[in-house]
Ligand binder design. Structure first.
Ligand SMILES: *Cc1c(COP(=O)(O)O)cnc(C)c1O
Length: 386
C-alpha cells in the first residue's frame, strides 16, 4: 500500500506531498483519447514518419502560423538540423545565451561551430538584445535566442540587428510552444524555429521528439532531406544527413495533446497569477522576485522561476516541508567543462552567473491546485519569518 506522507504548513493547511510535475494527473484527463490514437497507429503498423507525422506537422504549422513544420527525433536534433540547413559548421560562430539548457549551445558546438555567448537580461532571463551587436563578427552565421521558461525573447530588437547584418535567426523555442511575441507565435519569428516534445515540455510526448518550423520553402526542403540521411530517393544521397525522424506513435499522441495546448497554457497562466496574488497576500514581495511577464508577450510558463537571495537555504527549507522545487539552471554554460575549450572564466557573464545562484522554479503545471500553491507560498513565508 502507498503511504502518502503529509506536510504541515504554517497556514495550517494539510497538503499531501505532490510532485514538481505531475504527468500522471494530466494523463488521467486524456487517457482514453491517447489509447485510441496509439491503437490506431499500432493497427496501421506504420511507425516512421508517414500519415500521423504529416498530420501532426500540418497542425503545428497552422498553430504557429508557419508554412512548414518538419518533425524530428528531439529538440536537440531540431537545433542541429536547423544549423545544418543553414550550412553552419567549422569556422562559423553562432550567438546565444549561456543561461539555458545545454542543447542550445551544445547544438552549435555539435555542428563544429563556436557558440558565442551574450549575457542575459536579469528580469526576463532571456538574451540581452542590447548586448548582441557587440558580439557580431564577420564569422557570425546565426543568432539563437532562447525563449526561456516559456517567455519570448525581445524579438523586434533581435530582428533589427539580424536584418541589419543579414544574419538568420534560429529560435530555440523548446520551452515555449504556444508563446507569443506581440501576437505572433514563437517559431515564426526567425528563419527557423525549434521545438522539443520532451515529456516535461508544455507539449510533451511519451518519449523524445522535436520539430522545426520555417516559412522558407528551400530550408524546409533541406530539412526534410537532412532528417532522412540526405536521400530524396532510396539509396541516392544528395547531402550528408542523419537519422532524425519523429515516430508515428509520438505524433499520434502529440496530436491528441496539441488539442489541449491552449487550455493548458491558460491554466499555467492562471496558476502564475495565483502565485503573484499569494506573494502579495503573504507579503513576500521584498523576498521573492516573481518572473517578468511583459503585457505584450504571452508567457506560457513552462517554468515559474523566481529569484531569491538565499536560494539554497530556501530550497532546503522547502524540501524539508515536502515542497518540490527545481533549479534551472545551477551552472551557466560558459562555466561547464564541455565548453572549457571556449576559455571562459567566472565573471565573464555576471548576470547569468548571479541568476544561476538565485533562481528556483516552483511547480506550475495545469493540474496544480490552489491548496498546493498555498502550501508552497505558506512554506516560503515560513522561511521568511525564521
Ligand atoms: C528541452 C530543451 C532543448 C532540447 O530538447 P530535447 O528534446 O530534450 O532534445 C533545447 N533547448 C532548450 C532551451 C530546452 O529546454
Amino acid at each position: 500500500m502507498n503511504v502518502i506522507p503529509r506536510v504541515r504548513t504554517t497556514a495550517r493547511s494539510i497538503v499531501s506531498r505532490f510532485p514538481f510535475l505531475d504527468l500522471k494527473a494530466q494523463f488521467a484527463t486524456i487517457r482514453s483519447e491517447v489509447l485510441e490514437s496509439v491503437i490506431r497507429t499500432l493497427d496501421s503498423q506504420h511507425f516512421i514518419l508517414g500519415p500521423e507525422v504529416e498530420a501532426f506537422e500540418g497542425e503545428v504549422a497552422s498553430q504557429t502560423g508557419c508554412s512548414h513544420a518538419i518533425a524530428c527525433a528531439s529538440g536537440s536534433d531540431a537545433l542541429i538540423l536547423a544549423l545544418l540547413a543553414l550550412d553552419i559548421g567549422r569556422a562559423d560562430e553562432v550567438i546565444t545565451t549561456p543561461f539555458t539548457f545545454i542543447a542550445s549551445a551544445g547544438s552549435i558546438a555539435r555542428v563544429g561551430a563556436k557558440p558565442v555567448f551574450v549575457d542575459i537580461d536579469p528580469q526576463t532571463f532571456n538574451i540581452d538584445s542590447k548586448a548582441i551587436e557587440r558580439a557580431i563578427t564577420p564569422r557570425t552565421k546565426a543568432i539563437m535566442p532562447v525563449h526561456l521558461f516559456g517567455l519570448a525573447s525581445e524579438m523586434d530588437a533581435i530582428q533589427e540587428i539580424a536584418s541589419a547584418h543579414r544574419i538568420p535567426i534560429v529560435e530555440d523555442a523548446a520551452q515555449a510552444i504556444g508563446a507569443r511575441y506581440e501576437g505572433r507565435a514563437v517559431g515564426s519569428l526567425g528563419a527557423l524555429g525549434c521545438f522539443s516534445f520532451f515529456p516535461s515540455k508544455n507539449l510533451g510526448g511519451a518519449g523524445d521528439g522535436g520539430l522545426v518550423t520555417t516559412n522558407d520553402e528551400r530550408l524546409a526542403d533541406t530539412l526534410r532531406l537532412l532528417r532522412v540521411h540526405g536521400a530524396r530517393r532510396k539509396y541516392e544521397y544528395e547531402v550528408l544527413g542523419m537519422n532524425s525522424r519523429l515516430d508515428a506513435l509520438q505524433a499520434a499522441i502529440l496530436r491528441v495533446k496539441l488539442r489541449y495546448l491552449d487550455k493548458w497554457a491558460v491554466a499555467r497562466r492562471n496558476n502564475a497569477a495565483r502565485y503573484r496574488d499569494l506573494f502579495h497576500e503573504f507579503r513576500l514581495e521584498s523576498l521573492v522576485m516573481a518572473p517578468a511577464s511583459p503585457a505584450r508577450l504571452s508567457h506560457v510558463y513552462n517554468q515559474f522561476t523566481i529569484r531569491v537571495k538565499e536560494r539554497d537555504a530556501l530550497r532546503e527549507h522547502l524540501q524539508q516541508r515536502g515542497i518540490p522545487t527545481e533549479i534551472y539552471y545551477p551552472r551557466p554554460l560558459h562555466l561547464q567543462n564541455a565548453f572549457k575549450h571556449l576559455g571562459h572564466k567566472l565573471g565573464d557573464f555576471p548576470v547569468s552567473e548571479s541568476a544561476s545562484l538565485e533562481v528556483v522554479s516552483l511547480p506550475i503545471y495545469p493540474e496544480l491546485t490552489e491548496e498546493q500553491q498555498r502550501a508552497v507560498v505558506a512554506a516560503i513565508a515560513d522561511f521568511d519569518a525564521e
